[in-house]
Write a protein that binds this ligand. Structure first.
Ligand SMILES: [Mn+2]
Length: 324
């Protein structure tokens, strides 16, 4: 249980059923697949948690977004579906915030990683309110850096940009896109750590270098070991602020998580992925987690492998199973 939670037995599960930030559909079905897999019944049976469920999707959203999900959602720079993604992320942010401000652990299921603009901003805003303006610590576990700006992105897909928008590094480009993000929502890149990177664009490398963002690549993990890397990551973040982990399932090696949009070889072993979660649980500072980019339409015959891996890292972060 986290030392920063005031409702420590309430696990708020947010199903963010969106794939508008990715080039192909399917990730919107990730949350249901995880719930059907039984991960939350298992968590409730093995911990003191009681789960609540919020389900957000494009289908039950306002007229504004239905229009925007059709052809009216013109590209801005090369950004694809900017209105739909901005609106989806705002709904996720408001929902995460509404639970986090009550001091509940929030577990958001993606969905493509563009929903990460919503999750970390929702938690960051709640933490500022609850802890006298304190900044949230964020761990971004991912094969990719997701820090392109609309100007630097080659694909225009917003699931490659969430860190840039959530940190304020990318500004609202125009026409109301992401202009719901205020100063109170922003994450601080000095309290941010990457783990697992192995497919980073040149422009992203330049941004990471320019802003001095702490990053541990797969190369670092292979040379130093995951134990040492977690020591360094947690030391860097300190133990005085709440932690949000945004866990992209593609951080895991495709052997363990094949059902995802952009699998990259040479990833974390399942054991390493679980170890990261265990270390986060052991800090007693974890207040929110995202598990994103499970796509049941990709490598469907191996979906159960992906779900099992995703469930393992989620459960370990909540203290299910053996501790470090
Ligand atoms: Mn990602």
């Amino acid at each position: 249980m986290s030392k920063f939670l005031s409702e420590p037995t309430h696990l708020a599960v947010v199903a963010a059923r969106f794939s508008c930030g990715a080039p192909r559909v399917g990730a919107e079905q990730g949350p249901q697949a995880l719930v059907d897999w039984g991960v939350f019944s298992d968590i409730q049976a093995r911990t003191g948690y009681l789960c609540s469920f919020d389900s957000l999707s494009e289908k039950d959203t306002s007229r504004n977004s239905i229009e925007s999900s059709q052809n009216l959602d013109a590209n801005i720079y090369e950004m694809k579906k900017p209105h739909a993604v901005s609106l989806a992320a705002k709904r996720v942010s408001d929902c995460v915030y509404s639970h986090a401000r009550e001091g509940r652990f929030v577990m958001t299921l993606g969905g493509d990683h563009s929903i990460g603009v919503g999750t970390v901003t929702g938690t960051a805003r709640a933490v500022r309110e609850r802890f006298d303006g304190a900044d949230l610590s964020v761990l971004w576990i991912d094969a990719h850096a997701d820090i392109n700006t609309p100007q630097s992105s080659m694909s225009g897909r917003i699931h490659g940009m969430p860190v840039a928008f959530a940190s304020g590094l990318a500004k609202s480009p125009s026409k109301g896109i992401f202009n719901w993000i205020t100063k109170s929502h922003l994450i601080n890149l000095k309290k941010f750590v990457y783990i697992g990177l192995r497919d980073v664009d040149k422009a992203e490398e330049a941004i990471i270098h320019q802003y001095g963002i702490k990053s541990f690549t797969m190369g670092d993990i292979r040379s130093d070991g995951i134990e040492r890397i977690m020591d360094l990551a947690l030391q860097y973040l300190g133990d005085d602020s709440p932690i949000h982990v945004s866990y992209d399932v593609d951080s895991l090696d495709p052997e363990y998580a094949p059902s995802t949009g952009f699998p990259i070889p040479g990833g974390l072993s399942l054991e390493e992925g679980i170890y990261i979660s265990q270390r986060l649980y052991a800090t007693k500072g974890l207040v929110a987690m995202d598990l994103v980019e499970v796509n049941p339409l990709i490598e469907s015959s191996r979906l159960t492998t992906t779900l099992q891996s995703a469930a393992s890292v989620m459960k370990a972060a909540l203290g299910v199973g053996y501790e470090v």
